[in-house]
Write a protein that binds this ligand. Structure first.
Ligand SMILES: Cc1cc2nc3c(=O)[nH]c(=O)nc-3n(C[C@H](O)[C@H](O)[C@H](O)COP(=O)(O)OP(=O)(O)OC[C@H]3O[C@@H](n4cnc5c(N)ncnc54)[C@H](O)[C@@H]3O)c2cc1C
Length: 487
């Protein structure tokens, strides 16, 4: 069977490795528009690099009165645990020599002021009662919070009442470096082909039942054929779906949201004083993807602070592609959906437009509110982040991701943005199960799957504390994540 994957981001590359590990007989080619793997949204500074496991992101635990809902947080935590099993497998087999090239232990903290303190306390009580978050601690003590996350507290007036939670086993992940190492492994050890500089323009089904892929390779038209097609092309997945003639194509369109960060290079010593990702509370009316956070990043052995994201209204599909590409992906029947989203989510649209015009000075003011004194302590500059394309489905805006598989199981795609790269191995495993289920009927494939994922059942991880702890401790050891932050 010949499989073509469009996009060598973290999704496409993970899909290729999983498929080839479980079914070595598959003939797999990845077609990638750019000249390298992991240079789209997966690239280090195009995203925040948070290993999302719901340790610190308030938007994963919505509160209604006195009831905090933890279901989403539990699912994301379990999915991240499955992701770590996959990455630990790659480290153990030598595909990735040193885990520190892509994953670094980083405290995951949440900080809030009045009137959100009661909410955080409630969240802490609910979450720390579950074995996933048993290591979470809570404090309202100014000095203790300062010892956890000094850069957010050093110049804050002592009378300002704050509350924070901390989990010491969080991570910063360089998804770009991870993708590049995975791509090299896929090509050199597993026999996957990657055709770079190949922009797929259109895919359609031939009368014989195979997929015809029309692309441009460095300006020249090329064609490929596939029995099975997986489109892991980020925002670029929308126009391909639109042109595919699949019956569900009309139900989906893309709502693009751009982003920027403030970035400052810091020394190793300065990084040693912080070693955290600290999430705050989003402004009222702000979308979930704009929760402010101050992150320590480790990229190619160098240290940076990142603050943001600052969302913006940017009608493009991906970084490096123009407005015309986005416009061409819109069909007449999409217009009513856009109008509905504009009316129903007017506050969001207004927020995005206002954020678009925020200058560096305003961004630094936001940083000052989050971490008093920090804007002057380091040399900050605004940098362009990746481009999210959220799903509009049947006229309604969705914030998550969705796997779509055609009825004949020959076309699969991933639409949407978050939680994204952090959960990519679990999401790609589910996608593979739906797209090529025949793989999973073979005993050897199931044995291999057990080697890669000792426990991929999210419910088992959620409901069996002993099993979860056994897996967590084993993968953390391989990935260099200690029970508490090493001094
Ligand atoms: C501002 C921001 C912050 C984020 N923060 C986090 C975070 O902290 N943690 C986290 O887990 N996730 C985060 N994410 C999400 C994460 O970046 C994405 O989920 C992840 O990178 C998606 O991977 P992908 O492979 O689907 O997309 P990409 O990495 O964008 O890869 C898609 C690839 O497809 C290629 N492509 C597109 N169209 C075509 C075509 N027609 N032909 C050939 N090739 C094509 C592109 O060139 C690209 O290389 C963030 C995203 C943004 C934008």
């Amino acid at each position: 069977m010949n499989v073509i994957i469009i996009g060598a981001g973290i999704m496409g590359t993970t899909f290729a490795i999983l498929a080839k590990e479980l079914a070595p007989e598959l003939d797999i080619t990845i077609l990638e528009r750019l000249d390298d793997a992991g240079r789209g949204n997966s690239w280090a500074f195009y995203n925040a690099g948070t290993g999302h496991e719901a340790n610190c992101e308030l938007n994963y635990t919505p509160v209604d009165g006195e009831v905090v809902s933890v279901e989403k947080a539990l699912k994301i935590h379990a999915q991240f645990n499955v992701a770590k099993q996959f990455w630990a497998y790659l480290v153990n087999k030598g595909a990735i020599k040193d885990p520190r090239t892509f994953i670094n232990q980083t405290r995951h903290c949440t900080i809030v002021s009045e009137p959100a303190i009661e909410e955080l306390k409630l969240r802490f009580r609910e979450m720390s009662a579950h074995h996933f978050f048993e290591q979470m601690r809570y404090s309202e003590d100014f000095d203790e919070i300062k010892s956890w996350i000094p850069y957010t507290m050093e110049e804050r007036p002592r009378h300002e009442k704050m509350a924070a939670t901390i989990i010491e086993t969080g991570t910063d992940v360089n998804f770009g470096a991870l993708t590049q190492q995975m791509a090299a492994h896929a090509v050199n050890e597993l026999g996957v082909r990657i055709e770079y500089g190949t922009h797929v323009k259109r895919v359609h089904k031939s009368p014989s039942g195979s997929w015809l892929i029309e692309a441009e390779q460095r300006g020249k038209p090329v064609q490929h054929k596939a029995n099975v097609l997986f489109v892991g092309a980020g925002g670029g997945a929308f126009p391909l779906l639109k042109k595919s003639h699949l019956p569900f194509r009309d139900r989906f369109s893309g709502f693009p949201v751009g982003g920027r960060f403030l970035q400052a290079p810091i020394s190793e010593d300065q990084a040693g004083q912080y070693r955290a990702k600290t999430y705050g509370k989003a402004e009222v009316g702000a979308p979930p993807m704009s929760v402010p956070h101050l992150d320590l990043r480790v990229v190619d052995g160098k240290h940076y602070l990142l603050f943001g994201p600052f969302a913006s209204f940017k009608p493009i599909l991906e970084r490096g592609r123009g407005f015309v590409d986005f416009l061409r992906s819109i069909r007449l029947h999409d217009v009513s959906g856009f109008i509905r989203v504009f009316i129903e989510h007017f506050a969001l649209v207004k927020y995005l437009v206002s954020e678009t015009f925020k200058g560096e000075k305003d961004m630094l003011e936001e940083l000052e509110k989050f971490a008093p004194g920090l804007s002057k302590k380091f040399d900050w500059k605004a940098v362009e982040a990746g481009q999210r394309v959220q799903i509009i489905k049947d006229g309604g805006l969705q914030m998550g991701t969705e796997i779509l598989v055609s009825e004949d199981r020959t076309y699969g795609t991933l639409l949407g943005a978050s939680p994204g790269a952090s959960v990519s191995p679990e999401v790609m495993l589910r996608c593979l199960e739906q797209l090529i289920p025949s793989i999973f009927s073979k005993e050897e494939a199931m044995e291999k799957k057990k080697q890669i994922f000792p426990e991929d059942d999210l419910e088992a991880l959620m409901n069996n504390p002993e099993r979860y702890r056994e897996i967590r401790d084993a993968v953390n050891k391989t990935l260099g994540i200690a029970r508490s932050m090493p001094e």
